[in-house]
Design a protein around this ligand. Sequence first.
Ligand code: NAI
Length: 287
Amino acid sequence: MKQFHGRVAVITGAASGIGRGLAEQCAAEGMRIVLADIEEAALAQVAAELRAEGAQTITVQCDVAKPDDTEMLAQRAYDLFGAVHLLFNNAGVGGGSTIWESTPADWEWVMGVNLYGVVNSLRAFVPRLLAQPDESHIVNTASIYGLINGPGSGIYKASKFAAVAVSETLYHELAQRTTKVRVSVLCPGFVATRIQDADRNRPPALQNAAPRRAPTAQESAWSQMTGRRIGLGQTPRAHAEAVFEAIRADRFYILPHPEWLPALRARMERMLDEALPANLLDSLPPE
Ligand code: NAI
């Protein structure tokens, strides 16, 4: 898609970080925007700021982990605007411990938002996108952690690897049916957002009953390093500009942070060699 002015964008997780940056870019392109998020006050704040700049936006409070909510989101978008041209399945969270210590509640929460959230939205929107005469483009936010591995953030990585698989499958399924609905998978490295404070949106029903053990020294170092790198990461707005450039170029894999490519190459080569798995920590770009 090359033309955005006057068209309609839907963004999940629009109240913060990457989603907010995408919303600002949509506004700069002159799009009408449906802002969706679980966090109502932050959503209203973003909408007010965009409207003050002249953007036409509506807000829909929704939990993407719930199929009824994503169906309601699609219904609202189509009732108001009659078509959707850009769909950003962006809402995401991180949490949990080692693979063997993460609880069922950790799995349900992170997979619920990061994987089922994408799937729920696709189930609600794709039939409508296929039925409308206008062209459209879907961007599913995975992560560079959906392509490479290492210790830590196991549920997050499982959810993001799955989001990549869903996106690749969707690409092939759409290609068999139409050229009108395009799809991309977005795999960012570090972007300066509130992702490390994702617990703020964890539903009470999915909280852990018992407190987690204290982190090991290695885990603390990993989390501090991640926090530093996210804090120093790309601004959401600059990131959004790169995403729009990729949509204009109709790229399927959107890899906005080339400093991660050696780690991805190392993983692929080790797989092909049937060697032991590459550890992303060995290929991290310097801080
Ligand atoms: P963020 O925490 O700043 O924004 C995430 C947004 O998603 C928040 O507004 C939050 O309220 C919303 N959200 C959380 N649970 C939700 C639910 N159940 N339903 C609807 N909305 C919900 O974090 P960030 O970084 O902007 O995250 C956006 C996406 O980017 C996520 O999918 C994340 O995994 C991905 N990502 C982020 C990277 C980074 O370095 N920040 C790197 C790679 C991927």
